[in-house]
Write a protein that binds this ligand. Structure first.
Ligand SMILES: *Cc1c(COP(=O)(O)O)cnc(C)c1O
Length: 495
């Protein structure tokens, strides 16, 4: 059966997968959702014999109906290659009664690589299919992690270019170094004098600037976005949940048909939504546990049915989850509203005018598979400490939020179903916080020193992404005012 894509905010006609990937966001401001969630075509036993790449094809072909077999296999081949430091791509590690699904073995050692290494290939393939000859220019504002993963994914991909804007004084030293040392003939990195919101606002303005679009069109360019709401990022994320399940099956950790729990450290709600889609495709999942840090909008939503962003924004040690508007939640709202775009739009309009909305009781009933939980900063640090103490396994701060929430859930409910925890970043990406959680004696030490110590302590090799950083030359040094972003883009594309 062929899957097409609808907007969550209007009853406009469905479009093909390739067009949805090219557009990113619907013209009415809605997100694209599949016309129906497809079911698996093969049994889990059959899928357990597949490599990661074979399974990626088996799952993604169900969503990307208008891609030919050759086209999709080609994208997969180019994405999941030696950029990953393990052929398994997403290893499953057992520690203290749970399985940690390590999604950080790609180029930038965080889970964004799982989707951003394939998105450039899906985009260029989609452009070819739709007879678009323009060079696709990705514009992204980043608060740190997404920027590097996008740069790395798009670097030297023919037919594309990428310009990343980051707040000059608003990212960590390691994050800045990661970006300004990025190689590739089609990449640009620009620091702006302003904060992340300024960068984000500037990029949004450029996307809506019709004059700029026309001017660039003449030169053969068109803008696109690598934002996490693109279905080209969502679909590749479904794969690793299926992979985790069939790996457990193959290793006889579960019986055929046995239900598992999945725990996801959540920010924009993209990663856990992929798990929800996997469940609706027929993956035997009991509970989807949504773990938040102190920015616990989602925990409150799952417990009360009210989404309320009107609250203090907190900076935590798990910065990629410091989010008050989880964009991808809109796809779940649309789903529990019975695929009713009017109902969804009314709630989203309320969110933008008042900062909150409340779902109906019947919608709330449909949230039954979800459990919300959150961990404080102290609990997160203690989790890293305790897990290392009892097993020697070291996890990063984001994963620790999920791990702690799971421990609490299990304690409260007695639910001892086999559980997979999405491990979203390498501990080497947040070395300082991780080492200080393990032992306060590391306070005040430089990240570079601590990297060596983390390697010794955990018995793991320092990832290339970190090793390379030390001696990598700075290749990008442009800084502009937040009001000069448009001029800067024009100048960079002139060259
Ligand atoms: C982006 C990110 C998350 C949050 O994922 P969402 O899909 O936005 O919910 C969690 N952990 C890390 C390390 C991330 O980079």
């Amino acid at each position: 059966m062929s899957v097409e894509y609808f907007s969550t905010r209007s009853k406009s006609p469905a479009i093909s997968a390739s067009k949805a990937i090219l557009k990113g966001l619907s013209d009415d401001g809605g997100l694209f959702v599949p016309s129906s969630i497809p079911a698996f075509e093969k049994s889990f036993e059959e899928m357990s014999k597949m490599s990661y790449k074979e399974l990626a094809y088996e799952v993604m072909k169900l969503y990307l109906s208008d891609f030919t077999e050759d086209e999709l296999k080609n994208c997969i081949e180019r994405a999941y290659d030696e950029k990953f430091d393990t052929e398994v791509i997403a290893p499953l590690v057992s520690a203290d009664g749970a399985y940690y699904l390590e999604l950080f073995h790609g180029a930038t050692i965080a889970f964004k690589d799982m989707a951003l290494s394939i998105l450039p290939h899906l985009l260029t393939t989609a452009a070819k299919k739709n007879d678009i000859k323009d060079k696709i220019v990705i514009l992204t504002a980043t608060s740190g992690d997404t920027g590097k993963a996008a740069l790395s994914g798009f670097a030297d991909v023919p037919g594309t270019g990428i310009i990343v804007f980051y707040p000059k004084n608003g990212v960590s030293a390691i994050q800045e170094k990661q970006m300004v040392t990025q190689k590739g003939n089609n990449v640009h990195v620009v620091g702006i004098t302003g904060n992340f919101d300024d960068a984000q606002t500037g990029v949004k303005k450029m996307f809506n600037d019709k004059e700029l679009a026309a001017e660039l069109q003449e030169k053969g360019y068109r803008f696109s976005s690598a934002n996490s709401i693109n279905i080209g990022r969502l679909v590749p994320q479904i794969v690793y949940y299926v992979y985790a399940y069939v790996t457990l099956l193959k290793e006889q950790k579960i019986k055929s048909g046995e239900k598992i729990n999945i725990v996801v450290p959540t920010g924009n709600f993209g990663n856990i939504l992929a798990a929800f889609y996997a469940k609706n495709m027929g993956l035997p999942v009991k509970k989807l546990i949504c773990a938040s840090n102190e920015n616990k909008v989602l925990f409150d939503f799952f417990t009360t049915g009210e989404y309320d962003r009107n609250r203090e924004f907190k900076l935590t040690s798990s910065p990629s989850m410091d989010i008050l508007i989880s964009s991808n939640l809109e796809r779940l709202i649309y789903f529990i509203a019975g695929n009713d775009s009017d109902k969804n739009k009314a709630l989203m309009d309320e969110l933008s005018s008042t900062g909150k909305y409340t779902i109906t009781d019947s919608m709330k009933e449909m949230l039954e598979p979800f459990v919300g939980g959150f961990a404080t900063e102290a609990e997160t640090a203690k989790e890293i400490h305790d897990l290392f103490d009892s097993t020697g396994y070291v996890i990063d701060t984001h994963t620790a939020v999920a791990s702690r929430v799971y421990r609490q859930y299990r304690h409260d409910t007695g639910d001892d179903a086999v559980t997979v925890i999405a491990s979203t970043a390498s501990p080497y990406k947040f070395t300082g916080s991780v080492m200080r959680a393990i032992d306060t004696c590391y306070a005040g030490q430089s990240d570079m020193d601590l990297i060596q110590k983390l390697s010794k302590l955990s018995g793991t090799e320092i990832p290339n992404a970190i090793k390379e950083l030390k001696d990598a030359p700075v290749l990008h040094d442009i800084v502009c005012d937040k009001d000069e972003m448009k001029e800067t883009v024009k100048r960079l594309l002139e060259a």
